[in-house]
Design a protein around this ligand. Structure first.
Ligand SMILES: [Zn+2]
Ligand SMILES: [Zn+2]
Length: 131
């Protein structure tokens, strides 16, 4: 399997994924919208053991809810991944990818908190909250 790679905008933080990237989820929750400064955040899970990060010293995090930390590059602000305490996977921010993740889009979640100015124009299922 080809290695999947990604990086932040300033390239101080880079990563390699040696396994599979999970299904792609577009999250419209208010926290994601604020953190990413966009209509929604596209994410997928990656096993901790498949994820190799370079430049960890440049990462900072914000604990947006108890036990959930959002990691971003402290120089350029790119969101890289989120991590929930006690899990064996991380939630990758797909905008940071440099190569194709070879994953399929699954759905839109937290549509109940979607930006009023954005219309979802896709065939994917829409979930009001999470799952
Ligand atoms: Zn950066
Ligand atoms: Zn979200």
């Amino acid at each position: 399997m080809e290695v999947i790679t990604g990086s932040c905008l300033c390239s101080k933080v880079k990563y390699e994924i040696s396994g599979e990237v999970g299904d792609i989820v577009h999250c419209h929750c208010q926290t994601c919208r604020k953190a990413h400064g966009s209509a929604f955040s596209s994410v997928a899970s990656v096993a901790d053991t498949d994820f190799k990060l370079f430049g960890f010293e440049h990462l900072n995090f914000y604990e947006s809810s108890e036990g959930k930390k959002r990691y971003f590059c402290s120089h350029c602000g790119t969101q890289i991944y989120a991590k929930r305490d006690g899990t064996r996977h991380l939630i990758l921010r797909l905008g940071s990818l440099d190569t194709d993740p070879n994953a399929r889009e699954k759905n839109h979640i937290w549509v109940s908190q979607k930006a009023s100015w954005y219309d979802i124009n896709s065939q994917l299922p829409e979930v009001n909250e999470f799952k």
